[in-house]
Design a protein. Structure first.
Length: 107
């Protein structure tokens, strides 16, 4: 695991969180962020729709309309004093994603 590998090393060595992929893997994003406190250097933020039976993938959705609890995630980052790069990652509706990304940024 990353945290074991960097234990005792410089704080300049860090991780990039990707909460949408964590959620898809069954990892609680807020709990994972707490474990990575002090090592987060960048952050890919996305919200994903709820998994439905028979569906191949949980695609990206506009923040606060999915299952990632973006509001709680952002509060955790703020509590940690996160100063890294925050990216809105949105891979759904690729040909016309800008309006959805803009709506995420307005949340």
């Amino acid at each position: 695991m990353f945290l074991n590998a960097v234990k005792g090393l410089s704080g300049r060595i860090g991780a990039c969180a990707d909460v949408g992929h964590w959620k898809r893997m069954g990892i609680d994003p807020v709990e994972a962020l707490k474990k990575y406190e002090g090592r987060l250097k960048s952050f890919h933020s996305k919200d994903v729709k709820a998994k439905e039976e028979g569906e191949a993938e949980q695609h990206d959705v506009i923040w606060e309309t999915g299952v990632c609890n973006i509001d709680v995630i952002l509060k955790e980052l703020n509590q940690q004093g996160f100063k890294g790069l925050l990216s809105i990652e949105y891979e759904y509706n690729w040909e016309n994603s800008v309006p959805d990304i803009k709506e995420c940024s307005n949340k």
